[in-house]
Design a protein around this ligand. Sequence first.
Ligand code: AMP
Ligand code: MG
Length: 424
Amino acid sequence: MTLLATSAHTERVLSFEDARRVVNEHAQQTAALQPPATESLPLLAALGRVLAQPIVADRDLPPFPRATRDGFAVRACDVAAAGESRAVSLRVVAEIAAGSIAPLPAIKEGESAEIMTGAPLPPGADAVVMVEHTHRVSQTASIERPVRSGENVVPRGAEAKRGARLLAPGARIDHAAIAVAASVGCADLQVFRKPRIAILSTGDELAEVDAPPGEHQIRNSNSFSLAAQVLEARGEPVQLPIARDNLTSLRELIRQGLQADLLLLSGGVSMGKYDLVEQVLGEFGAEIFLTGALIQPGRPVVFGRLGSSETRPRYFFGLPGNPVSTMVTFKLFVTPLIDALAGAPPSPLPFVQVKLKSEIKTKTGLTRFLPGRLTGSHHQSEVELVRWQGSGDIVATAAANCYVVIPPDRDRIAAGEMVSVLLP
Ligand code: AMP
Ligand code: MG
């Protein structure tokens, strides 16, 4: 492979793991630089963003000892001898509903209070007997089972003490984080601004999506799949016009792309005569850390940087133009940089182990990430490859819902073996 035929750089083709390590190291360096600018958003609008402030408990959580069952609040020692054939009778001195504002009675020996889930445990009581194990007649509750002290109650402050840091800056805000913020009264959140990710597709054969393609042209789908992946990774895509396979067009659009926080190029990085991307990047003084990875699809993937690590470096990826290669290399390598530029720690790649449904035969030497279909449910998931025509086949890939990972030392994997699957 002569990726850099026109460039002064030497080739650096690495295994999948080493290539990923290189990218992660640079992501870490990026994260160590000044954090991104912040903005304030209404709570729900902050979903998917990265927290720029700590979220602190404004009071104990729960703020009172909370009943987790409907039943009777009791002193556990009063009902220690209870059994189905010899129920213990307790006087019912109050009914306590969730949100009740009436003063709570103190529970004394021989007393109980009817209590609902979410209501505060009255003083003196130390447990709740589930309503299923009780029988109430008028002001008397018959308790048919003993309870441990503390049973069916979450003590005040057991989840967090007032002032405790519940979420730290850098946390990705998912639905559970939204719940935490809501529970401590944060109606707005300080979050980091999204990194702007420039997307530049190259090729004379490409037509814009809304223009009639020439007979030997194809539509530019990569700019859209990449923009979609950027959105999924919570970046802000900036789609540039198509760069043509000539130096003037590439120079101008790469210059524009370098205004963003990260530049993604697609196409023009393999060994074709018109693959000029690396030449132009070379003119801009690019340092190149990766010129290929021993993977399929996506072997000719380029990763580099302009500017030094002391100033603000601009990273770029030269992703292969073949649409499935573009998608796979984004998934494998681009996300750590987007996370770092967003102020978040790198999210791990989501691999799971699944039983292979039908045999795979291939060649050794490359780690393969082939479009697959995961079926079955719960304890019985299975995966098989979708039929595809190679790394240009987006139709087959759209019918897939995962990538099956084939290690470089395997030329055959039998049906029934467990394989690694990369989830979308
Ligand atoms: P390249 O990496 O430029 O040699 O392109 C490899 C293959 O991907 C060629 O068949 C291109 O036509 C195709 N291709 C390149 N860029 C795009 C794009 N933006 N959208 C769809 N297909 C593309
Ligand atoms: Mg091309």
